[in-house]
Every structure is written in C-alpha cells, then in structure tokens.
Design a protein around this ligand. Structure first.
Ligand code: FAD
Length: 268
C-alpha cells in the first residue's frame, strides 16, 4: 500500500492522555490488533460498545470510535482490544500506525447501543465484513467467560483469506465445541492470487447470507441478526434478510461510516 507522507508531529506528553498502547499485533500491512489500557481503573463497558480513542498531534486531538473486541472482564488486565484497518489518508489511522507500543493515548467512552439482549435464546446471526467482526468477538468471549454461550453463526466476509481476523480463534471454538458456534468465512475475490488454495465459501457477505440461512436452517422467528461494518454491506444484507422474511426489528445494525462515503482506494 502506498501511504501519503504523514508529517504531523505526535505529542508524546499531552496532559490529557489517560491510557497507553500496551500491545500491537499486525495481521497484514493494513490490519492490526491494538490493546489500549487505562492508567487508572478501566471504565466498565458492555460487549458491542465502542470507545473513542485518540492521539495528540500538531496541537490537536485526533480521535475515532472503535468497537471493543475484548471481553469487558479483561479490560483491567489486558486492556481494550481494538481491531483496526489502516485507511490510506492522513487522518487518525495513519497516526495510529506510527505509534510505538508504550505511547500514551486518550480514551473516552463507552458509547453505543449495539448490545445483546438479556437472556435472548434465539440463534444469533452475526454478519460483518473486515474489522466489523470486532464487537462480535467481545460478545462471544464475554458470554463464553460468563458461562452463558448463545447459539451463534458468524458470517465474516473479506477480500483476502489473510484478512480473516480472529479466524484461528473461531475455528478452534467451533472444532472443540467450546461454544455453540458455526463460523462461516467468505472470500469476495476468489480468483485473486492471494486467495489461491481457498476452498471455503466465496462471494460477498450480503450475497451469501441467503444461502447461509438456508443451509443452517435459520428461521426468521427464531433468529436475531446483528450486522456491523461497511454501510453498503449492512443495507444490502438487511434487504436480503427482509426478502427472506426477517422482520426489521430482528435486525440490529452498527455502521462504521455514513452510507454514501466511498472508502479510499486500498481501504478494503
Ligand atoms: C461506532 C463505530 C465503531 C467503529 N469501530 C471500528 C473498528 O472496530 N475498527 C475499525 O477499523 N474502524 C472502526 N470504525 C471506523 C473508525 O472510527 C475510523 O473511521 C476508521 O478507523 C478510519 O479512520 P481515519 O481517521 O483514518 O479515516 P476517517 O476519516 O475516519 O474515514 C475515512 C473513510 O475511510 C473508510 N473507512 C472507515 N473505517 C473503515 C474501516 N474500518 N474499514 C474500511 N474502510 C473504512 C470510510 O470510507 C471513511 O469514510 C468505527 C466507526 C464507528 C462509527
């Protein structure tokens, strides 16, 4: 990926910092997991919520909302885990990519109503593309740790196999029957060289959702649907589900940017 020169000067000592970047794991050159930990006691949150996370540069606070991928119960020990895509324009993520582990950050929150319903015994269909899988990881990890797993189908769409974040963890949960989970990754560019050897499902998430419902016998009256990430995917998937008989109130949505805003080239 060709990145624009980001010459903003990051301020390491801004007094408003209240958290630290404690760990980072790169998945590809534009996808990474980050862990940010509060200096003091962590602020409680619920799975599905997001934290606004920021850095000071050129005398200004640059901040963006991020869904938390970790379970709320580990915020005090591991920090808040974020799953982020680098967007190749000079805004927040180019700053985040330059940030060394140990750097101070500003975190506020939580916010958001993209939450599990208490004691919901319906099957949970979690649909996402790219980094939109983050809140679902928190939901699965938390319900598992609490001993209240929910029957769940995770439909995750990406362009390339290497972009299937959390794949190993989800495959392990499914294989070991540690969680009542069906993991359904789908690759939208099957003919690309980077996907050579992929034998799983192909097609965009919104185009395979009908088949997934059919194959896994997901009945509209017994399924609750959560969709997160790219707004076009969300609206397309929702309309497929409506045609398939899902009532609107059985579908919850979290849009990562407003519909109509085209992602810059390379943002996936
Ligand atoms: C409630 C909420 C939760 C969010 N959670 C996450 C998260 O967990 N992980 C994450 O990576 N982003 C998440 N985002 C998006 C995030 O806040 C930033 O917009 C994004 O990281 C890009 O920041 P930026 O400043 O570099 O560019 P921005 O100016 O914020 O965005 C520029 C453009 O980049 C594109 N874009 C934004 N986010 C993404 C993305 N994730 N993948 C591909 N293209 C994108 C859109 O076209 C957007 O208009 C979330 C947004 C919201 C509203």
């Amino acid at each position: 990926m060709i990145l624009p020169d980001d010459e903003r000067v990051i301020d390491p000592a801004a007094p408003q910092y209240n958290a630290t970047l404690v760990r980072r794991v790169d998945i590809t050159d534009d996808l990474a997991y980050f862990w940010v930990k509060y200096d003091e006691e962590p602020v409680p949150f619920e799975s599905g919520q997001y934290m606004t996370t920021g850095v000071f540069a050129d005398g200004k606070l640059w901040q963006r909302p991020y869904s938390v991928a970790s379970a709320p119960r580990v915020a005090g020990t591991e920090g808040y885990e974020l799953y982020v895509r680098l967007v190749p324009i000079i805004r927040f993520t180019t700053l985040l990519w330059r940030l060394p582990v140990g750097h101070r950050m500003r975190m506020i929150g939580p916010k958001g109503k993209f939450l599990l319903e208490p004691n919901d015994r319906r099957t949970h269909l979690f649909i996402s593309t790219g980094t939109g899988i983050a809140p679902f990881m928190s939901m699965i990890r938390e319900t598992m740790a609490a001993g209240h797993p929910r029957k769940t189908v995770v439909l995750h769409g990406c362009s390339y196999v290497e972009e299937l974040g959390y794949r190993e963890e989800l495959e392990d949960l499914q294989r070991d029957r540690a969680y009542p989970l069906s993991y359904v990754p789908t690759i939208s560019r099957p003919n690309d060289q980077r996907n050579a050897g992929w034998t799983g499902r192909t097609g965009r998430a919104e185009n395979v959702v009908r088949d997934v419902c059919h194959d896994l016998h997901l009945r509209p009256d017994q399924t609750v649907v959560y969709i997160c990430g790219n707004p076009d995917m969300i609206l397309n998937a929702e309309s497929v589900l409506m045609e398939h008989g899902f009532p609107e109130f059985h579908v919850k949505k979290e849009l990562y940017w407003p519909k109509g805003k085209v992602a810059p080239v390379g943002a996936g």
